[in-house]
Design a protein around this ligand. Structure first.
Ligand code: TEU
Length: 530
């Protein structure tokens, strides 16, 4: 593909996030693996996705479910081998599915050889790859700063020699010093390692956090933040872009850039930086027509200004599954609105999730699907606390385990074909998921799975959904409606009463049963216009 390709795949791909621990387990240890993924590639082909984003599969002590990497050039034995990863990349390509791997550049596992060398001797050169600092106070027993971690809690841990090291996440995730040239060179080499193996894209974890203010100032409202979004971080991504471009221009860099200021967010997507970034604004947006329209407008305006494609994300492995979110009275998401355990109407949430699928799959840009959302899975809020594995739980009182529960594939009872019949999945599956298995839904025209399959298939062939533009349709204040191109419209009824559909030629797809030409509440429809 030429560098100047006017319509590269990543601009409007449907990208499916595989969380390898929970996708499918072939070897019967209760944890998903690459053999399980390879055995279920047919599910992704039938779904029609363009690409897989693979959450970390590297060797890791799993202090943060793989986001604590001890070797970026291999595969954790719990998942399989590098040869299996290479085979999976090849098989995905043969099925017409691209592969995106997850790189975690902000931190390394405390078991990584660099950190072990740094701990072994105060003179080790590896010491400078991290943030070792003396403590404050007379005996140096006070932390160098009062920074709060991203999981909550403190950000420094003391080593046996009395110095402290920085970790913005768990103590097992040691922050790298990105001012050090060896760190920069190492990650460029890691990018090449995976591009050389044919991967089509890189998802960049915590992309805005890499640089720290070396003066280590405290966080003060109104003053530049000591580690969020420092200007120098853009130089790092420019160098990554040069690496990606060496491979012919169709390799994509996709940032996890989680920040409320859209203009600062858009900086990451300038033409010589990342290709795309996740839309957390949309992921946190309430089921509210005005807020939804504002979110879409804000998103499109920010991306248009720099010529980058928007992305639409409803769920991922860090946030409450949106069937559950949309079934609550507060339908927003943020880590601060801790709504865990508040009442949920799963029927309402499911109806809205069906409508949201048609929304997120018909807006201009790329759409992300988090594994299991095509099955209509909800958050498992009944995991016993003693089974929680998420390090965020201890530090922030919120566990992300409820959205990471292993997928139900077949059968009437747990483990629903996720693992061998006698094995126990690493997190418990709700018994009610017997109706949500891929098997139970296949061929049922009313199922979430068939809705996703139909929508993705239509998206491929519908000319309007390949148009660059969208325009709002004025139906009513409580309806989100827009056209794409000249012949396509999506209408989402967010009111609590049925509405009349705008003039159209035919209905292409509906998320629920229409009442003649009336669209029921919390329902969406794709229309062919005259
Ligand atoms: O998540 C980063 C994250 O949790 C954000 O809230 C982050 O704090 C934000 O970007 C800061 O502004 C990623 C992974 O998705 C998550 O699973 C990991 O636990 C985390 O990084 C640490 O690697």
């Amino acid at each position: 593909m030429a560098l100047s390709d006017p319509h590269p795949w990543w601009r409007d791909a449907v990208i499916y996030q595989v969380y390898p621990r929970s996708f499918a387990d072939a070897d019967g240890d209760g944890v998903g693996d690459l053999a399980g993924i390879r055995a279920h590639l047919g599910h992704l082909s039938a779904l029609g996705v363009d690409a897989i984003w693979m959450s970390p599969w590297y060797p890791s002590p799993m202090a943060d479910a793989g986001y604590d990497v001890s070797d970026f050039r291999d595969i954790d034995p719990v998942f399989g081998t590098l040869a299996e990863a290479e085979a999976l990349i090849e098989e995905a390509h043969a099925a017409g599915i691209r592969m995106i791997v997850d790189i975690v550049p902000n931190h390394l596992s405390s078991e990584h050889p660099w950190f072990k060398a740094a701990l072994a001797s105060p003179d080790a050169p590896e010491r400078d790859y991290f943030w070792f600092r003396p403590g404050r106070g007379e005996n140096g027993d006070e932390m160098p700063t009062d920074w709060r971690g991203e999981f909550g809690g403190t950000t420094w841990t003391r080593t046996p020699d009395g110095s402290w090291y920085l970790h913005l996440f768990a103590p097992e995730q040691v922050d790298l010093n990105w001012d050090h040239p060896v760190v920069r060179a190492e990650f460029e080499s890691i990018l090449r390692f995976w591009f050389d193996r044919g991967v089509d894209g890189i998802r960049i974890d915590s992309a805005a956090l890499l640089l720290k203010d070396t003066a280590l100032p405290e966080v003060v409202e109104g003053e530049p933040h000591p580690f969020h979004d420092l200007d120098g971080v853009h130089e790092i991504y420019r160098s990554w872009r040069r690496v990606a471009d060496e491979y012919g221009g169709d390799r994509a860099l996709i940032g996890e850039v989680w920040m409320p200021e859209v203009d600062r967010f858009a900086n990451y997507l300038r033409p010589d930086e990342l290709h795309a970034a996740f839309n957390f604004d949309f992921l946190g947006c309430a089921w509210d027509p005005r807020l939804m329209r504002e979110c879409v407008d804000r998103t499109l305006a920010a991306h248009a200004a720099i010529g980058a494609p928007a992305t639409w994300v409803l769920s991922n492995h860090d946030v409450t599954r949106h069937v559950t979110r949309y079934g609550r009275s507060d339908t927003t998401f943020s880590f601060d609105n801790n709504l865990d355990g508040t009442p949920v109407d799963l029927e309402l949430g499911t109806r809205r999730a069906r409508a949201a699928a048609l929304l997120s799959l018909s807006l201009p840009g790329a759409t992300y699907i988090y594994q299991g959302e095509e099955l209509g899975l909800w958050e498992n809020e009944n995991i016993p606390v003693s089974s929680y594995q998420d390090p965020m739980w201890e530090r922030r009182g919120h566990s992300r385990d409820g959205c990471r529960v292993p997928l139900p594939w077949t059968g009437d009872e747990a483990p629903f074909g996720f693992t061998t019949a006698t094995a126990t999945p690493w997190l418990p599956q709700p018994a009610e998921w017997k109706d949500r298995t891929a098997q139970a839904q296949t061929g049922d025209p009313n199922s979430m799975l068939e809705l996703y399959r139909s929508a993705i298939a239509l998206r491929r062939v519908e000319p309007g959904l390949h148009a660059n533009d969208m325009a709002w349709l004025d139906v009513s204040a409580s309806v989100v409606a827009y056209t794409r191109g000249s012949g396509f419209a999506c209408v989402v009824n967010m009111s609590d009463a049925p509405i009349d559909l705008p003039d159209h030629q035919s209905t292409l797809l509906a998320s629920g049963t229409l009442d003649g030409d009336r669209l029921p509440p919390d329902t969406a429809v794709w229309l062919r216009l005259h």
